[in-house]
Design a binder for this molecule. Sequence first.
Ligand code: PNS
Length: 166
Amino acid sequence: MSTVVCPGSFDPVTRGHLDIITRASRMFERVIALVIINVSKTPAFSYEERVAMLRKAVSHLKNVEVDSYHGLLADYVRDCGAIAICKGLRAMSDFEYEFQMALTNKKLVPEADTVFLTTRAENMYLSSSLVKQVAAFGGDISGFVPPEVLKDIRQRLCPGKERDQG
Ligand code: PNS
């Protein structure tokens, strides 16, 4: 069975993430959406919250599982027997960093390849940081995140406004 890992901070999951996971689920038999540490970011949501939101967002995708890991991505990929790591590329500005990570992971786990899916044009600008910023100031994030997690994000980041926007 071909397994792919879609790793990320998912802090929180966005429509952009969901699009990449959905497309990966059509290409591989088994997809693991993995909440994993990014040492250069301080997350707003706990591991448990991020996993719970991701689970809600992908619940309709039958070959997608959600997991979390506190170590190196390469170790997780080797242990679960994945043949690939799948990431989304939004713009050329993502490329250098992603290319460096792909080469490092290839060195650490030669049996797996990194595949990049080009982000849909409508998600080019989208990021978890942008979602958090808009939500924190009470802006409408409904176009940015899967509907299943909208309430969770609003409740956590902008509790007062949650009631107003329904
Ligand atoms: O959603 P992000 O934060 O852009 O995803 C980056 C992430 C979490 C996939 C990356 O930081 C990662 O792989 N972290 C796990 C730790 C690790 O393996 N670091 C070495 C990467 S070559």
